[in-house]
Every structure is written in C-alpha cells, then in structure tokens.
Design a protein around this ligand. Structure first.
Ligand code: DOR
Ligand code: ZN
Length: 345
C-alpha cells in the first residue's frame, strides 16, 4: 500500500477568489496547496477589461502570504458586447490567460453573461486564431429544462455546434457533472478538455437531502445521480489527458448559504488535495493523480509544468465545521469529516 505520494506541484484550473476582505481571507488557502490557479471573473461588476483584470490580479498578488510562491492566472468575463481585439490584446499582454463564458443567468454572478452564443462568434473566432482558451459554464438557462438536465441539453443545443463550427478553438468544459459530458469530451478532438471538482467526485444529488435540506452540498451545476458521479470518477482516474483538476472553490458566507434562498457554491479550497487524493486512492489510481493534478492542465493550456514537489501522506485530517476567511465564517466542503490523507506541503 502506498502511504506517501510525492508529486510535482499542482495547479487549480478553476476557482473563485471574490474580492476585498473575503478575497484576502481565501487566497492563502489556495496558495498553500497550489502553484497557480485560474481565477474566475464573476465579480460584481464582472472583470471585462484588460486594465480592470490587471488591477484585480494585483489585489490577489497582494493577498498571497509573504514567501509563498503562487501565481494567479486571470480570465475575462464574456458579455454580448465583447470585442475580440480587446480579448486578444489582454491575452498578448499576459493579463488574460483565458475567457469565461457564462450563459446569462446560469449561476452566481452571471447576470451580465452571454444571451446567445451567436452574438459572440466573431470574438470566439478571434480567440481561436490567437490560441486563447474558452472556458465554459455548460448549462442551458431555459427554465423549462429540468435543472438536472441542463448540462446535457447544453451539449446538444450549444456545445456540439460550437465544436463543429470552430474546431480549432481550445475549450475547457468546466466542472462537468454528467456521464454525458464525459462522453462528449472523450469523443471530441484534442482541443476539448474538462475540469472536475472534488464535490462532483464525492457526492451525488442525495447529499443535498440527507435527513433534511443541506445547503452546503449545493453548487451549480448541481450534483447529479450516482451513475453520473461514477462516470466522473472513471473519467478523472482514467489516465486520459483531457481531464484536470479544477476545484470550483466558491466561498459564500455561512449565513448566505443557510438561508431561505441559499447561494450556490462549495468552498473546498482548504482541503482540496486531501479530498481529490482520497478519490484516486479509493479508485486504485494513485499513480494517475499527478497527471490529473499537475500535468494535464498546463499541457492543455500550453504553459510550463511547475518545478518542485508536494507530498501527501496517509493519516488523519480533521476538517473543521467552519473556517475563518478574514472575518467571514465559511463552512468548508467535508466539514466535520475526517479525511484519510494529510497534506505535508
Ligand atoms: O456553485 C457555483 N458557484 N457555481 C458557479 O458556477 C458559480 C459559483 C460562485 O461564483 O459562487
Ligand atoms: Zn466556477
């Protein structure tokens, strides 16, 4: 039995840092475990300009604890009015690493998102021509579509056509939650990849209703049936280079989750690696963890692999009921549980 796993330093290819006081509280959790992270732009107002994004990056850098080596990789928020040339300029200047497509009203902070992908085709063509990746929240927003079907219907209505019409565009299908999404990624060409969160590997939709309503198991896309969770575990641990680590860590105050209309989002940054490695261990795939956590992402993005290593050891990590993020109390993923791995840095 492997009791200790040393891997190249990993990256988180999808998360939310927010801004201001909470941002200062959550950045250290991620910087402790990851060398780089792709930072989502769904602030209020969203991050759309090159200058605004560079300023946000400076604020994140200032929140990294002294002596810790951590690089935020920034993203542009796509709106109906996005200019391809502005995206390409931000990409060329090294400010934008990618751009994020939120269908309007799909999730938290998506009110300014795209109403119809046809409206941004010129910008997407420009992105394809300069090699800038498109990151997609893949859910339809049509309220007539059952919430558990919104990802599968998005593949049918939007993604299939986009990949067919613009095969040279690099696409990351973010936080996939269904067997349908994994099947789509598997059969698509090398320009289509996906991130998978720890929660979608650990929980199915029953977790939201165990003995009562459980707001801390609620995120978007929402967790699906067990058959989908099993398909995601298979995809993540398959050895396919198309899948990589992206936590979708999404901090919301405990009070905003425990409410009559609780926010979507799971805060998993503090114990992300312990959570993921538990899955790879359970699946007998510890030898495939390094590729998922530290190699497939940078290779897809065309970025260098990190230098240095981190070590995880078998042992007990007790996840607290709450964590403090610079004055905001947040309930972390796995709150109150004991995980079977310890992060040693
Ligand atoms: O659960 C989610 N929370 N899903 C998203 O897509 C956004 C995120 C957030 O920003 O809180
Ligand atoms: Zn997200």
């Amino acid at each position: 039995m492997t009791d200790s796993l040393t891997i190249r330093r990993p990256d988180d290819w999808h998360l939310h840092f927010r801004d201001d006081a909470v941002m200062k509280g959550v950045v250290p959790f991620t910087a402790r475990q990851f060398a780089r992270a792709i930072v989502m732009p769904n602030l209020s107002p969203p991050v759309t300009s090159v200058e605004g994004c560079a300023a946000y990056r400076d604020r994140i850098r200032a929140a990294v604890p002294q002596g810790v080596d951590f690089t935020p990789l920034m993203t542009a928020y796509l709106t109906d009015d996005v200019e391809g040339d502005e995206l390409a300029r931000g990409f060329a200047e090294g400010v934008f690493t990618a751009a994020k497509l939120y269908p309007a009203h799909a999730t938290t902070g998506s009110a300014h998102g795209v109403t119809d992908i046809a409206r941004i085709m010129p910008a997407l063509e420009k992105m394809a021509s300069v090699g800038m990746p498109l990151l997609i929240h893949g859910e339809v927003t049509d309220s007539h579509v059952d919430i558990f079907d919104r990802e599968a219907v998005f593949i049918e209505r939007t993604l299939t056509g986009l990949v067919r019409n613009l095969p040279e565009l690099k696409i990351v299908f973010e936080h996939i939650t269904t067997a349908d999404a994994a099947a789509f990624v598997d059969v698509s060409g090398p320009n289509v990849a996906a991130t998978i969160t720890p929660q979608h590997l650990h929980i199915n939709r029953n977790a939201m209703f165990t003995g009562g309503i459980r707001p801390h198991a609620y995120c978007l896309p929402v967790a699906k049936r067990e058959v989908h969770r099993l398909a995601l575990r298979k995809a993540a641990t398959s050895g396919s280079t198309k899948y990589f680590l992206g936590t979708d860590s999404a901090p919301h105050a405990q009070s905003a989750k425990e409410s009559a209309c609780g926010c979507a989002g799971i805060f998993n940054a503090p114990y992300a690696l312990e959570s993921y490695v538990t899955v790879f261990d359970e699946e007998g795939a510890l030898d495939r963890f390094e590729a998922f956590a530290s190699e497939n992402g940078p290779r897809f993005y065309g970025l260098p692999l990190n230098e240095g290593t981190i070590t995880l050891e078998r042992g007990e990590t007790t996840v607290p009921d709450t964590v403090d993020a610079n004055g905001t109390t947040i309930v972390p993923f796995h709150a109150g549980e004991i995980l079977g791995w310890v992060y040693r840095g």
